[in-house]
Design a protein around this ligand. Structure first.
Ligand code: UDP
Length: 242
């Protein structure tokens, strides 16, 4: 499958057309942004790690019965995916308080929740991805009620699978962001990526941050953290396949 015209360039990925109108190639960059694009930088090797990690986790989820956009990893940075129409929502699942949640509700970072939570943001850069509730989502036609039901069910199921996998790597899955897409037949699949850019991942013992917060908060050791989390994944993914 060869790359055709570039369809879109996002903050961390480029998307290309292919010979097949139903398939696209996603190409992962090393560019990093935070705070709605206000902070910009490069994390060397990130594109390779995010591509491989996202594909490995999506394969794991596929094996557990969760449909994704993944077709085939083509190279270090490029992956063939099903063309979907993205539901313009950021779906955030949390197991432990951190980031914007801690700030909004005045809750100490690290507080373990009694049960996982879900929230939605409207994917709209101009508006700064505002929080949105289910009634508003339906009211302005971003998704219908049955799609929201499916997305919630899939997101919590994904959380259980990923939490268990990361626990086997000695890593706590604090929170993460998912995006979903519609296939031509209207069915919902997991799309976008699952990587240290989109998840908070803490070492189980030391609680050291092994994710993009090292970049957001200028903690240093960003590249090392990405390499470390990828190493943990590679050491344990074979086990997860059994
Ligand atoms: N997240 C993301 N993209 C966004 C916003 C959040 O991938 O545009 C991820 C983030 O990495 C974290 C989770 O979603 O794992 C929850 O992020 P939060 O709402 O706490 O926002 P932040 O503190 O990162 O602004």
């Amino acid at each position: 499958m060869t790359k055709g015209a570039q369809l879109y360039e996002g903050k961390a990925k480029k998307v290309f057309e292919t010979d097949d109108p139903e398939l696209l190639i996603v190409s992962y960059k090393d560019d990093a942004t935070a705070f709605n694009g206000l902070k910009k930088g490069t994390i060397e090797g990130k594109g390779v790690i995010n591509n491989r990690m996202s594909n490995a986790l999506m394969k794991l989820l596929e094996r557990k019965g969760i449909p994704t956009h993944l077709v085939e990893e083509l190279s270090d940075r490029d992956t063939l995916v099903k063309r979907v129409s993205i539901v313009p929502l950021e779906v955030i699942i949390r197991n432990i308080a951190a980031g914007s949640f801690s700030k909004r509700y005045g809750v100490v970072e690290g507080l373990e929740f009694r049960s996982p939570t879900i929230e939605f943001s409207y994917k709209n850069d101009a508006l700064g991805d505002p929080l949105i509730n289910e009634y508003h989502i339906v009211a302005i036609g971003l998704a219908d009620q049955s799609e929201i039901y499916t997305i919630k069910k899939m997101a919590f199921a994904i959380n259980e699978e990923l939490k268990a996998f990361w626990a086997s790597c000695g890593v706590i899955l604090v929170d993460f962001k998912l995006e979903f897409g519609r296939l031509p037949d209207g069915s919902i699949v997991l799309a976008d990526e699952i990587s240290p850019d989109t998840c908070r991942l803490w070492d189980s013992k030391t609680k050291e941050k092994l994710d993009k917060d090292r970049f957001r908060r200028d903690l240093g050791g960003v590249e090392d953290a990405y390499r470390e989390i990828m190493k943990r994944l590679e050491e344990h993914i074979a086990e997860a396949k059994k």
